[in-house]
Design a protein around this ligand. Structure first.
Ligand SMILES: Nc1ncnc2c1ncn2[C@@H]1O[C@H](COP(=O)(O)OP(=O)(O)OP(=O)(O)O)[C@@H](O)[C@H]1O
Ligand code: SF4
Ligand SMILES: [Mg+2]
Length: 352
């Protein structure tokens, strides 16, 4: 291959999404029927970009993000495609869903290529071992077997996340760290293997505002340094505005609207997105609110007939249309999609 052809091939690869989720469905058998907890979700994330996944409690954000690395509990029946296209030829053009969730292959991707941080850092650390040892073990599993080198990287990473006196902290147990420090330590463990994709599920919800801002800044600076992509799950539209390139709004297991962040904030289409934005006190303001202020509550997606899940709460609903048909996805523009009958041709034979 000539240099030019190789460069063109690399440029084409850089344009391809790193992660491409298609028609992801997660069903859970409940006593009173089948819950369609995630119901046909599609999204893509390019190298170095951040996609925000936002929506009320219970809409399927965590199930979606955990499905990517195959860590949902076994009662979750998952179908669809989770395409992963690592820069590494050995892990390019994979369907992560086709891998055995307990197998060697996904375990080598989990942690090394795709790292995840959670709201509660205690879930990432065992109380039995020192923080330093646990970070070092992650590095030894995925990056280098050499103990000395692994310790050096672990200390460096603790420094990068703003933990001072690293040598002393290295030998402390998780309970000796404050909540904010544990969160930083978890981020340093997640990033110590230079992942290509970081999945951050409510990474700052448990932290106070000042620490929250520091942790978000830290994620951004590490993203710039390492060029990783981020899937950021949050309730908080203020965080979305600050951190994300694109946003996917989830409601009842479906993405109801998706767009570049500015487009979504200035030209929202779905009544649910508009409600969420109204619940923000001031765009770009310092204070952001949680989303649960839209009237009514989210129904359980158990044996739902084909209809819009937002129907009962929607002030714009069209009776005889929205409550009797599945809502198709409509393209507003190249990068902006919405699921709402206000933007689509109504199904034949139906009238408002
Ligand atoms: N193991 C399980 N068994 C039964 N139901 C589950 C299980 N895991 C999740 N669910 C249900 O699936 C739905 C989606 O859950 P998920 O945790 O993805 O929501 P979420 O959007 O992350 O919410 P939150 O913002 O509260 O974290 C919820 O109704 C939840 O109760
Ligand atoms: S499809 Fe109908 S009920 Fe659903 S959000 Fe749109 S207008 Fe409202
Ligand atoms: Mg969650």
């Amino acid at each position: 291959m000539t240099t030019q052809t190789a460069q063109a091939a690399q440029a084409a690869k850089d344009e391809r999404p790193l992660l491409s989720v298609q028609d992801l469905k997660i069903r859970i058998q409940m006593e009173n029927g089948v819950m369609h907890a995630v119901d046909g979700v599609d999204f893509e994330i390019k190298k170095g970009k951040t996609l925000g996944l936002v929506g009320e409690s219970g809409c399927g954000k965590s199930l979606t993000s955990r499905a990517i690395i195959g860590i949902n509990p076994k009662e979750c029946e998952t179908t669809g495609t989770i395409g992963y296209d690592s820069a590494d030829a050995a892990d390019s053009e994979l369907n992560l869903l086709s891998l055995d969730p307990k197998g060697k292959r996904i375990r080598s991707i989990r942690g090394r290529k795709i790292a995840m941080i959670f709201q509660e850092p205690m879930t990432a650390f065992s109380p039995m071992y020192t923080i330093g040892n646990q970070i070092m073990e992650a590095i030894r599993t995925h990056r280098t077997k050499n103990k000395k080198e692994a310790k050096k990287i672990a200390l460096e990473m603790l420094g990068k996340v703003g933990i001072s006196d690293q040598e002393k902290r290295f030998d402390q147990y998780p309970h000796e760290f404050s909540g904010g420090m544990r969160q930083r330590a978890m981020i340093s463990m997640a990033l110590s293997c230079n992942p290509e994709l970081l999945i951050a599920d409510e990474p700052t919800t448990a932290l106070d505002v000042t620490i929250q801002a520091q942790v978000l800044e830290l994620m951004q600076s590490l993203q710039r340094e390492f060029g990783m992509a981020i899937l950021l799950v949050t309730h908080d539209l203020g965080i979305i505005a600050e951190m994300c390139d694109e946003v996917a709004v989830m409601y009842l297991g479906k993405i109801v609207e998706q767009a570049p962040v500015k487009e979504l904030f200035y030209n929202p289409k779905h009544p649910y997105t508009k409600g969420l934005l109204k619940s923000m006190p001031r765009l770009g303001g310092e204070k952001s609110v949680r989303l649960d202020s839209i009237e009514g509550s989210v129904p359980m997606p158990i044996d739902m007939p084909p209809m819009c899940g937002f129907y009962e709460r929607c002030k714009d609903r069209i009776e005889g249309v929205c409550n009797v048909n599945a809502v198709p996805k409509t393209d507003i523009s190249d990068q902006h999609t919405v699921r709402c009958f206000l933007y689509t041709d109504r199904p034949e034979g139906e009238s408002p």
